[in-house]
Design a protein around this ligand. Structure first.
Ligand SMILES: Nc1ncnc2c1ncn2[C@@H]1O[C@H](COP(=O)(O)OP(=O)(O)OP(=O)(O)O)[C@@H](O)[C@H]1O
Length: 744
């Protein structure tokens, strides 16, 4: 590795958000340009950096800083420049000259130890002297902390986050219990904390380590959808991860319980279910609020039967008995769940319910868990539907567990009826926040298809509520309407859902099966379809209209390889297209990409044709798809325009939240719809090839489905009705409360 030592002469560019700087540094070998993330550096400071030199096409040689430390300058001239550069707020160049003239080499000692002496300088009051000293102290502490943290191999980005979290307590936390970092600092997980702990010299058997390891495993379980782990599961994984014995684990478990960070309860079939405290509280809170909402309204106004007859006449429609039941129950129940597969009239029923309430002058709010689902609901109802996050007015959240919403029990939603579509996608966290904001007396109507894959986040909210059909009101729409029957996509989706294999040889107008017997042939066929044949046939763009959905991540037909192949076919390298590589993914201007995490802090803007900003906000969500408009290697940013026109600038350091999206997993496509869906299917592990995965994939298509692969795989998937069980206990909590109510 090369080194660079010199004095910062100029800061040519500084990105305030990610700290990326272009510096001009004077060294013994002359003036050099250095680039990289450098925090809190000022003109006049000495920089000692390690890194490598590369040659930029336009800017020539530049030193890429990997790690660095800087020091307050020693020479009078440099001191003056440093103080006057704006590094210490309140001191400009003229004042700096006066201070250095008065105190000479003693300047920094005075600033640190006897700031009141500054008052002697003309123009500095005692108050100002104190303020200057405070800033100087803060900067010195920060600089020292950054050096300290970098010694443990912590990157500048994380070091800054750690310092911002703990300030002067940084040393104490890192030295005594670095595992705390995993809980408090976004982006630092157990593994990184564990490696810091090893360097600090914390023994492997430390109870802090065991506790952190257990919390980590419970958190990992939530990423797999589980709200709790059985004690046996937790001990098995913790034993393997931490090489800890039963006594150590037991003692950590007790401490965590005493601190209320975990809760354990017994459930039917599970002797001890262990939860992260916050998840247990969310389940309990949700169960209680569901009961309150369900019982919170009196019977509705007017006679809905009469209204239905009039509506049917006016609209020339005849409702199916279960649709009528849903409309009547919407009037009489505080909580109603309407569920049904594609084409069973959910939207038609919602529309009638909205009309009925509106005619009674009640306000109806509409929401859905994702941006795409909300957009579809808006189109289908002709009324504005918001994402749940927007409805609740999200304000802050470094991650899912730290989300903050303006709307909550103190400042609840102001509507008489709330209808949530695509409820199967709601995870426990968002559902808990939603319920908190619903005042008792407001009607809640949850609509969804129970056979879709469960939510990406932890929980099985819709499934758990439906398991309590004897307690809450549920209407299942089963009739497939004539118009829907004309679509093979809908009919085949229902067949698949019932375990029947559709006729794959049938000549269909919207559902196609192309038999190819090995992965290489499947890939060739799929590429040719997406690149040329389907855009012509369906009259759409390869990128916008067509989505390849696959069950797997790995292998020839996994997301990763499909993206490489499709990128090469649809957006090949070109001289005028800039690129940026990150985690082995080569992002290129023009690429189709997907955000793979909810990020509530990313800012977006919407520009009009004249490039004027017409809207702005924050939040980009898991599953949002867009196109890379430009890559700027100088400012280290990448600009993306999402499908709904929002434009977002990503720092290169935030690219781990992006993936190529020519192909995505079926899981990620939940709640989205595409004009054309292409599904490659070939042998794979049964866990990945299940019936509801195929069902979900097919029901994502609005106009055409094309399956390329082997008939055997389709048959196997339909036969594989093994639902992946999630450890959740919302229904149990609902039941316990119901028994309590009956008993009371
Ligand atoms: N009672 C009815 N009589 C006749 N046609 C109906 C009736 N209810 C719904 N339909 C028609 O059936 C089709 C499917 O209905 P709708 O879109 O409401 O179903 P959905 O369950 O929302 O479907 P998806 O989940 O696919 O969006 C539509 O064309 C709709 O007009």
């Amino acid at each position: 590795m090369e080194t660079l030592d010199g004095i910062v002469e100029d800061i040519i560019y500084r990105n305030e958000e990610n700290g990326y700087c272009v510096l001009s540094v004077s060294t013994e070998a002359g003036e050099k340009t250095a680039v990289g993330c450098v925090f809190n550096i000022a003109v006049g400071e000495e920089i000692h950096a390690r890194g490598h030199t590369s040659t930029h096409l336009v800017y020539g040689d530049q030193f890429n800083i990997q790690d660095y430390h800087c020091a307050i300058p020693q020479e009078l001239k440099a001191m003056e420049r440093y103080l006057g550069s704006g590094a210490v707020k309140g001191i400009g160049p003229a004042m700096a000259a006066k201070i250095v003239e008065m105190f000479g080499e003693d300047t920094f000692r005075v600033l640190e130890e006897e700031p009141e002496l500054l008052e002697r300088v003309k123009g500095i009051s005692l108050k100002k002297a104190q303020a200057i000293a405070a800033i100087f102290y803060e900067q010195r502490t920060m600089r020292q902390a950054m050096i300290f943290l970098q010694e443990y191999g912590i990157s500048v980005n994380y070091a800054l986050k750690i310092y911002q979290e703990y300030r002067e307590k940084t040393y104490e936390v890192v030295k005594n219990n670095p595992y705390q970092l995993a809980e408090d600092v976004h982006g630092i997980g157990f593994k990184m904390a564990d490696s810091i702990a090893e360097q600090v010299g914390i023994p492997k058997e430390s109870v802090h380590r065991t506790m952190a390891g257990m919390l980590y495993l419970l958190h990992q379980a939530t990423l797999d959808g589980h709200v709790y782990l059985s004690r046996e599961e937790l001990f098995r994984s913790a034993g393997a991860l931490l090489q800890a014995d039963g006594t150590q684990l037991e003692s950590a478990l007790i401490r965590l319980k005493l601190q209320n960070r975990i809760v354990s309860v017994s459930l039917p079939g599970v002797e001890e279910a262990v939860y992260l405290g916050v998840y247990h509280a969310m389940e309990q809170g949700a169960a209680l609020k569901l009961h309150e909402v369900a019982h919170g309204v009196g019977t509705g106004r007017g006679d809905s039967q009469e209204w239905i007859t009039r509506f049917e006449k006016e609209e020339g429609i005849e409702f199916d008995p279960s649709q009528k039941e849903a409309i009547v129950k919407a009037q009489t129940c505080g909580l109603l769940v309407i569920t049904g597969g594609p084409g069973t009239g959910k939207t038609t029923t919602i529309n009638a319910i909205i009309r009925l309430f509106e005619e009674q002058d009640l306000t109806v709010a509409l929401a859905a868990p994702t941006g795409r689902a909300a957009k579809r609901m808006t189109e289908a109802t002709g009324r504005e539907a918001k994402t749940i996050h927007r409805l609740l007015e999200i304000t802050f959240g470094k991650d899912e567990l730290h989300q903050r919403f303006e709307r909550n029990e103190e400042y609840p939603l102001e509507c008489d009826v709330l209808i949530v579509d695509e409820s199967s996608m709601m995870d426990l966290t968002i559902f808990h926040h939603l319920l908190k904001a619903i005042p008792v007396g407001t009607r809640l109507i949850l609509v969804g298809d129970k056979d879709q894959l469960p939510s990406v986040g932890a929980g099985n909210v819709l499934g758990d509520i439906l398991a309590c059909r004897d307690i809450f009101d549920v209407v299942v729409l089963q009739k497939i309407f004539r118009q829907a029957m004309e679509s093979d996509i809908i009919m085949n989706a229902h067949k698949i859902n019932h375990g029947e294999v559709p006729d794959l040889r049938r000549n269909s107008k919207d559902f196609f099966f192309i038999r190819r017997s090995n992965p290489t042939r499947i890939l060739e066929e799929l590429t040719s379809l997406v690149k040329t044949r389907l855009p012509k046939f369906a009259g759409c763009d390869s990128l916008e209209g067509i989505q390849v959905l696959t069950p797997m991540r790995k292998g020839i037909l996994g997301v990763e390889n499909l993206n490489v192949v499709l990128q090469a076919a649809l957006n090949p390298p070109a001289k005028d297209k800039r690129e940026k590589e990150c985690r082995g993914i080569r992002f290129r201007e023009g690429d189709k990409v997907m955000q793979v995490k909810n990020n509530y802090n990313l800012s977006w803007t919407v520009m009009n044709d004249l490039n004027f900003k017409i809207d702005e906000g924050t939040g980009v969500f898991n599953g949002d798809i867009g196109t890379i408009l430009s890559i700027n290697t100088y400012t280290e940013t990448l600009k993306i325009r999402f499908d709904d026109q929002r434009q977002v600038n990503y720092e290169f350091s935030g690219l781990d939240e992006l993936e190529l999206a020519y192909a995505t997993t079926i899981h990620k496509a939940q709640g989205s719809e595409y004009k054309v869906v292409v599904i490659p299917l070939f042998k794979g592990p049964p866990m990945l090839l299940s019936r509801n995965l195929l069902y979900t994939a097919i029901t994502r298509a609005r106009q055409y489905v094309v399956i390329v692969g082997t008939e055997e795989t389709v048959v196997e998937m339909i036969a594989n009705n093994r639902e992946v069980r999630r450890n959740t206990s919302l229904s149990e909590q609902i039941r316990r409360l119901a028994i309590g109510e009956r008993g009371a």
